[in-house]
Design a protein around this ligand. Structure first.
Ligand code: ADP
Ligand code: MG
Length: 291
């Protein structure tokens, strides 16, 4: 590979809003057989909004404050949505003990009690059951393709919050152009099955997996690599960093977390997924000049 062609390629990439850290990923991009897309913040805007909330116990100022304060201590985009929604009705409590559970949610300890906020997997860890009184409301929200997050103490479900995150207008087109280039497109998400299915269907992805933990995202990359495929991973979060590190070509969203951008060899500044196809074309042109 001539260094000059690579330099030119990287320069062109930068002009198009694609930052490329190394020569190797620019060369590898044209060989991609499969691309894995993270859902939240990658396919979707990552600007979630709280749509509805439902309490299954008496809603109190203290519980609201605990919920608000735990989420204020988290950097997850869903946490930001909760903070924005509760901002005017809650105050921040000092002295909370916070434990992040990447891909599942957060634990917070307050006044000797542990609270959890996150997905169904986090509830199951604490053996908390979603009772029949909660199910109808939750099912209704899931059918609307909303993400439901659960707020529980150490014994029971306290409240559920429905959050909507719209799909980027360019995501379908991006998937179509990758598929047209004979690349298998997959979606992985830590979100629930029904929301995952709704999003995948809307953008034309047949192969998706829900309730996936960060380490399992990386395992899936490996699984495809073991089938002899050159695999690209596209993500925005801390929860994607293992998978990004494992992939042959790793792409981070410019508006995502710093960790994702540190690990990934390419960054799409504008967050627009159609840039992936552009990066592949750039790779083709660059490698052609090299030969
Ligand atoms: P994705 O893989 O789609 O980017 P994540 O792995 O970041 O999603 O998160 C998976 C799920 O974990 C979310 O859908 C949510 O239910 C739960 N979760 C993670 N962090 C939080 C948080 N701070 N507050 C509430 N729920 C959270
Ligand atoms: Mg994400």
């Amino acid at each position: 590979a001539t260094p000059t062609a690579i330099m030119v390629g990287m320069g062109k990439g930068a002009e198009q809003g694609i930052l490329i850290k190394d020569a190797e990923s620019l060369e590898q991009a044209k060989k991609l057989d499969a691309i894995i897309l993270d859902k939240t913040g990658t396919i979707t805007e990552g600007k979630p909004e709280v749509i509805a909330q439902q309490w299954f116990v008496q809603e109190t100022d203290e519980l609201r404050n605990i919920l608000y304060s735990i989420e204020k201590s988290s950097e997850h985009p869903l946490a930001d949505a909760v903070v924005a929604a509760f901002h005017e009705q809650a105050v921040f409590l000092n002295g909370l003990g916070i434990t992040n559970m990447p891909g599942q949610g957060v634990y917070g300890t307050y006044a000797g009690k542990t609270y959890s906020i996150g997905n169904i997997g986090l509830l199951q860890r604490s053996e908390i059951i979603v009772g029949p009184e909660a199910e109808p409301w939750i099912n209704k929200q899931l059918e609307l393709a909303h993400t439901v997050i659960y707020f529980a103490d150490n014994t029971m479900l306290l409240a559920a919050i429905a959050i909507a995150d719209s799909i980027k207008t360019t995501s379908s087109e991006a998937v179509r152009s990758l598929q047209a280039a004979d690349i298998d497109v997959y979606m992985l998400t830590g979100d629930n099955e029904r929301t995952a299915q709704a999003v995948a269907r809307q953008i034309g992805i047949a192969n998706y997996r829900a309730n996936v933990l960060p380490a399992e995202k990386a395992d899936f990359v490996k699984e495809l690599q073991n089938q002899g495929k050159v695999v690209g991973m596209v993500g925005d979060g801390i929860n994607d960093s293992n998978a990004l590190a494992q992939a042959d070509v790793s792409i981070a969203m410019g508006k995502g977390s710093d960790i994702a951008m540190d690990v990934a060899k390419m960054t799409i500044i504008s967050n627009d997924l159609t840039k992936i196809s552009q990066a592949i074309q750039l790779s083709r042109k660059t490698v052609r000049t090299i030969k």
